[in-house]
Design a binder for this molecule. Structure first.
Ligand SMILES: CC(C)(COP(=O)(O)OP(=O)(O)OC[C@H]1O[C@@H](n2cnc3c(N)ncnc32)[C@H](O)[C@@H]1OP(=O)(O)O)[C@@H](O)C(=O)NCCC(=O)NCCS
Length: 200
């Protein structure tokens, strides 16, 4: 039996959009259906895919794709667009680059992106629309909230928790079992050794 490839719309035509298009193109079961952006530059194209326009284009193109992934690096903006897409009835698609390792016992929400060299280990839970970026490590039993971005090379040690909307900056380390609150910024290259909340 021949399986048809899933046609994926990529929403976001910036630098992050580029790596998402690359990941979709390399994934066995997917093909890029279109690239959309609310503020496309004239003549914009991402890796050879013309940018079709923004939300209106998504509505017009409905039916031409099976799912959408939001390719916007900024957590708040990504969640806003994902919420709109979901409210319009679009299916949010997760994409795992073929050079990433995701344990079978880990769970990924909708619209999650896992980039090359990243590891999501046993029984980790990744919330909707989170980004596990290039070379990041999410160890066993971690809980990563919706819309979190674990930036390139960051490490969440076993059992760490990161609240919704937080950016864990490039190369940062969250030590085992430590909890980081919601909508925070963990500075690039820092070590979080104790629980971190908004007013800390
Ligand atoms: C912490 C952070 C938010 C600071 O941003 P900012 O307020 O714009 O700070 P600036 O870039 O103006 O830098 C201010 C000073 O802090 C230093 N600095 C900035 N970030 C730093 C970091 N993570 N660690 C150590 N020093 C840092 C700068 O060198 C500069 O030092 P100086 O005053 O001696 O020249 C930012 O650097 C950061 O870590 N962002 C996360 C980025 C990331 O990982 N994104 C993911 C992309 S995929």
């Amino acid at each position: 039996m021949v399986h048809r490839k899933q046609r994926i719309a990529v929403f976001g035509a910036g630098g992050h959009g580029k790596v998402v298009v690359d990941a979709v193109e390399r994934s066995d079961g997917f093909v890029v259906a279109c690239v959309a952006d609310d503020r496309p530059l004239p003549g914009a194209a991402i890796l050879g895919h013309a940018v079709v326009g923004g939300r209106e284009a998504m509505l017009e193109g409905r039916g031409g794709f099976d799912g959408v992934i939001v390719a916007i690096g900024d957590n708040r903006a990504r969640l806003e667009v994902a919420g709109w897409l979901k409210a319009q009835g679009f299916a949010l698609q997760s994409v795992v680059h073929p050079a990433a390792v995701v344990a079978p016992s880990a769970t990924l929400g909708a619209g999650v992106l896992v980039m090359p060299g990243a590891v999501v280990n046993a029984e980790a839970r990744i919330g909707d629309n989170a980004i596990i970026n290039t070379g990041a490590i999410v160890e066993h039993d971690c809980k990563v909230g919706a819309g979190v971005h674990v930036a390139p090379g960051a490490v969440l040690c076993g059992g760490a928790c990161v609240g919704a909307g937080t950016l864990v900056g490039a190369g940062a380390v969250v030590l085992p079992g430590v909890r980081v609150g919601e909508s925070l910024l963990v500075k690039a290259g820092t070590v979080v050794a104790r629980n971190l909340e908004k007013d800390d």
